[in-house]
Design a protein around this ligand. Structure first.
Ligand code: KG4
Ligand code: ZN
Length: 331
């Protein structure tokens, strides 16, 4: 099955052509990062306007790169939620239109299902598995006993870890998006600052707002005392605390559920320290870790096409499906 997949949940306009959920024939990602960087974060209105301008161009590019025409497409997939409502609407409307005009099924995909299935593109997911989903909007531990079955066993009670990365980067004047900047800078840092480990308990839940506030307070205090901040050391300290708690709870969940694999998913899966630590600790327990290629970690349509291949929900003549800003994946 050849699927044309569309992802526009935030600030990336992306279209991919994916065969049988595995073979990525094209994956075009038009990022708006440079546009939003001036504002220090994504401006929803600006994002949806750019999606409108770009969506047809990106669809054409994806087809051209795959050397296909619309006649070769068997189904259309699109992210319907969660995300920025104005952004989601553009991609979903384009998908509904193509589905009606071509008379091909429409497969609505939850954004997080997409992130998880990014790991099934170049690897084979084996069940049961635990996925650690870490992005700008999510920090969840998800248990999958089979394809397309998602059970959330824990998650953040406040900020997502990517959100904490972005806010810490902002307070350190590192620019947007902050995750990759902190990742890079922390490599030059050392143990110098001590930060509290949040929610270090037996649950599978997380809390990152206290850690974020601890960094902000520390920066303000040092400024008041006219002392310089060592940004690399502070980036290092923040990252160590965040990564350690994520890895600790993921390994615990994997052992309890006796899984075959741990699947790292979402934008923060691009983090070098998180990858390294998770693989190291899972190795000790002889659990295999799947990590998507960098281009499939942050938002992209290839992951949506990969997930769509395993969804049983194929809609015909669909006029009523709406985009959803907040939507649960898990039962
Ligand atoms: O999955 P994604 O592209 O969008 C959402 O669904 O939210 O994730 C974006 C998030 C941002 O918070 C960004 O700072 C973070 O992923 N991120 C990283 C890295 N690359 C992206 N965080 C830490 N280290 C990275 N290398
Ligand atoms: Zn995402």
């Amino acid at each position: 099955m050849v699927i044309l997949a569309i992802e526009t949940s935030c600030d990336e306009t992306s279209v991919a052509i994916v065969k049988d959920g595995k073979q990525v024939l094209s994956n075009v990602v038009l990022s708006q990062i440079d546009i939003h960087a001036d504002f220090g974060g994504v401006v929803p209105e600006v994002a949806s306007r750019h999606h409108i301008e770009n969506i047809t161009i990106v669809i054409e590019q994806a087809l051209k790169k795959a050397d296909l025409t619309l006649a070769d497409i068997d189904a259309i997939a699109a992210t319907y939620g969660p995300g920025l409502i104005g952004s989601l609407l553009i991609g979903l409307q384009a998908a509904k239109t193509l589905s009606l005009v071509l008379n091909k099924p429409l497969i609505p995909i939850h954004h997080i299902a997409g992130h998880i299935y990014a790991s099934n593109i170049d690897n084979e997911m084996k069940f049961p598995l635990i996925s650690l989903v870490v992005s700008g909007g999510h920090t969840d531990i998800v248990y999958m006993k089979e394809h397309y079955s998602f059970e959330k066993i824990g998650g953040t009670l406040d900020d997502a870890v990517g959100e904490a990365y972005d806010k810490v980067a902002r307070v350190l004047d590192l620019g947007y998006p902050g995750g990759p900047k902190i990742d890079k800078l922390a490599k030059e840092g050392a143990i110098n600052y001590k930060l509290p480990t949040p929610k270090d308990d037996d649950s599978y839940d997380f809390s990152f707002s206290g850690l974020k506030s601890a960094v902000i307070n520390l920066v303000h205090k040092e400024k008041q005392n006219k002392r310089d901040i060592n940004k690399a050391d502070l980036a290092f300290a923040f990252q160590e605390v965040a990564v350690n708690i994520l890895v600790k709870k993921t390994i615990k969940a994997a052992l309890e559920k006796k899984v075959k694999q741990i699947v790292l998913s979402g934008g923060v899966a691009a983090n070098s320290r998180l990858r390294e630590e998770l693989i190291k600790k899972a190795n000790v327990q002889k659990i295999e870790v799947l990590v998507p290629k960098f281009e499939y970690c942050t938002d992209n349509a290839a992951m949506i096409g990969a997930a769509a291949n395993f969804s049983n929900l194929k809609l015909e003549n669909e006029f009523t499906l709406n985009a959803k800003a907040s939507e649960r994946l898990y039962k």
